[in-house]
Design a protein around this ligand. Structure first.
Ligand code: ATP
Ligand code: MG
Length: 449
C-alpha cells in the first residue's frame, strides 16, 4: 500500500477522551472512530488488524477440530424466554421490536440460538461430539462503556459451543479449548494466563478466564509468579488425545492463578511469599462447561446408545476479538506508539522514502516494494512529500515492527537501513538483503539468486 493512496487519518494531538494508552493510540493511529458511546467504526488500519486477529482465531479453532459457521446478530426473544434468560439478562440486553410487534434482541451471546439449531438437526449420539463456533458482533448495553474497544457496547467476539454425550467428553472439549486458546494468544505475541474464574449461578470448577497482565486491566488477579514462565511454544498436540489435552490443562492450571471472584487468601498463603503476586489483568477470553443447563431448558436431547433420550452436555467458549486489539497495545507499546507483534501486524514492514521525487530513491523504494510483494509481503510505503521526521513519527505511532529507510546518501554506498521498531536498532545493508531479512522474519522463501 502506498501511503499517498491510503486512508490513514492520524491525529497529532492526544484525544482528551482517551484515558488509557491503547485507546489513545488507536485513535491517534487512525484505527477507529467512535460513532456513538461504545460503538466504533473500524477505519482501514484498525480493520486490517481486526481481520488478522480474527484469522488467527479461525485457524486455531479449525486446527482444534471446531467448525465455523455464522449466526445473525438479531435474535428472537422467544428463544430467550425458553431458557429463562430474557428476563434475567436485564438492561445489558438491547431489545428491539419489529414492525409486526415481535420482540427481538441484538444478541449479547448465542447459547439459545445454537441450542435451537442443534435440537433441530441432531438427534443421535452418533453425531457427537460436535463443536460449532462463529465470530460475530455482539451487543451489550454496558453501563459504563470505556477504554475504547476494551469495553464497547458493540464488540466482536468468537463464541464456540460444544455438544457432547457425557460430562467426560464435554470436559475434553473444555481442555481442547484451553489448549487452542493458549496457542491463539501466543500467536498474537501475547501471554494470556488461564485463571480460575467464577462459575456464576451454575458454580463448579469448570471455568477459566484468560488474562493479559496490564496495569490498566479491569480485573484484580492473584497468582504464583512461576506461571508467567510457562509457554505453549511450538509443541505439536493431537487435539483428539484426551491425555495430551488434559496434561496441558494440568500444566497451565496447577499453579495458583485466580481472579478476585474466586481468590482465596488461605490457599494463596501456601504459595511461597516471594512468588505471590497481585496485579491487574485484561480478560481476553473465557471457557466454560455448564453441563445440561440449556439442553434441559430447551429440550436438546439425543438418542443415547441405550436408545433413551439424553440431554447433551455443553460448554461455551469466548474470545474477545475486538478487545484483543486494545490488550495487545497495552502489552506492547512505548512512548512513541504501538509495537505490533509480527503475528498481527497490519503491514509486514514500512518503507520510508527520505527524498520522494529523487529519481534514484523513488526507484529503489519501488524495487523493494515490488520485491516484497512478489514474496507475498505487504509493505506500507510512505511515498508522500512529508518531511522525514514526520514520516518516522507516523511509522513509529502505527507500530509496524520493521522499517526500511531509503535515502540518496545511503544509496550512494549501495545501502538502505533496516530498523526494528521494538529495539530501535538499525542496520545498513544492500536493498536485496533487507528484503531477504524481512522474508526470513516472516518465514517466506528468500528470493531466488
Ligand atoms: P467482562 O467481565 O469483561 O464484562 P464477560 O465475562 O461478561 O466480560 P464473556 O461473556 O466471558 O464476557 O465474553 C467473552 C469475551 O468477550 C470476554 O472474555 C471479553 O474478552 C470479551 N468481551 C466481553 N464484554 C466485552 C465488551 N463489552 N467489550 C469488548 N469485549 C468484551
Ligand atoms: Mg467472561
Amino acid at each position: 500500500m502506498r501511503m499517498s493512496r491510503y486512508f490513514l487519518p492520524v491525529l497529532k494531538e492526544n484525544p482528551s477522551e482517551a484515558q488509557i494508552v491503547s485507546h489513545r493510540y488507536m485513535l491517534r493511529a487512525g484505527m477507529i472512530k467512535q460513532s456513538s458511546s461504545g460503538i466504533y467504526s473500524w477505519l482501514p488500519l484498525g480493520f486490517k488488524i481486526l481481520k488478522n486477529i480474527e484469522n488467527i482465531v479461525h485457524e486455531e479453532q479449525v486446527r482444534a477440530g471446531h467448525i465455523p459457521m455464522l449466526m445473525p446478530t438479531l435474535q428472537s426473544a422467544d428463544l430467550w424466554r425458553e431458557s429463562g434468560r430474557y428476563d434475567d439478562y436485564g438492561e445489558e440486553m438491547l431489545r428491539i421490536t419489529d414492525r409486526h410487534g415481535r420482540d427481538m434482541l441484538y444478541g449479547p451471546t448465542n447459547e439459545e440460538l445454537i441450542t435451537d439449531i442443534f435440537r433441530s438437526h441432531v438427534s443421535s449420539y452418533k453425531d457427537l461430539p460436535l463443536t460449532l463456533y462463529h465470530i460475530q458482533w455482539k451487543f451489550r448495553d454496558e453501563i459504563r462503556p470505556r477504554f475504547g474497544v476494551m469495553r464497547g457496547r458493540e464488540f466482536y467476539m468468537k463464541d464456540g459451543y460444544n455438544f457432547d454425550l457425557t460430562k467426560e467428553d464435554a470436559l475434553h472439549a473444555y481442555n481442547r479449548h484451553l489448549v487452542s486458546y493458549l496457542r491463539t494468544y501466543e500467536r498474537m505475541g501475547l501471554q494470556a494466563i488461564p485463571m480460575r474464574a467464577d462459575g456464576g449461578p451454575i458454580g463448579g470448577d469448570y471455568t477459566h478466564e484468560f488474562l493479559v497482565l496490564a496495569e490498566t486491566g479491569e480485573s484484580e488477579v492473584f497468582y504464583d509468579s512461576e506461571i508467567t514462565d510457562l509457554r505453549f511454544g511450538d509443541r505439536q498436540i493431537d487435539y483428539d488425545s484426551v491425555e495430551q489435552c488434559q496434561a496441558v490443562l494440568e500444566e497451565f492450571t496447577s499453579r495458583y492463578a485466580r481472579t478476585d471472584e474466586t481468590h482465596d487468601e488461605s490457599i494463596f498463603a501456601e504459595v511461597p511469599e516471594a512468588r505471590r503476586r497481585t496485579a491487574r489483568g485484561i480478560e481476553v477470553g473465557q471457557i466454560f462447561y455448564f453441563g445440561t443447563k440449556y439442553s434441559d431448558a430447551m429440550g436438546a436431547t439425543v438418542q443415547g446408545p441405550d436408545g433413551k433420550p439424553t440431554p447433551v452436555h455443553m460448554g461455551s467458549h469466548g474470545i474477545g476479538v475486538s478487545r484483543l486489539l486494545g490488550a495487545i497495545i497495552e502489552a506492547s507499546h512505548d512512548d512513541k506508539g504501538i509495537i505490533w507483534p509480527e503475528g498481527v501486524t497490519p503491514f509486514h514492514c514500512g518503507i520510508v522514502n527520505l527524498k520522494s521525487g529523487d529519481a534514484e530513491a523513488d526507484a529503489a523504494c519501488e524495487a523493494i516494494y515490488g520485491a516484497l510483494a512478489a514474496l507475498g509481503l505487504e509493505a506500507l510505503y510512505d511515498d508522500t512529500s512529508e518531511r522525514a521526521g514526520g514520516k518516522f513519527a507516523t511509522m513509529d505511532l502505527i507500530g509496524l515492527p520493521w522499517r526500511i529507510t531509503v535515502g540518496p546518501r545511503g544509496l550512494k554506498n549501495g545501502v538502505v537501513e533496516l530498523t526494528s521498531r521494538r529495539t530501535g536498532e538499525s542496520e545498513e545493508l544492500p536493498p536485496e538483503q533487507a528484503v531477504e531479512r524481512i522474508a526470513q522474519i516472516y518465514g517466506r522463501a528468500a528470493p531466488q539468486a
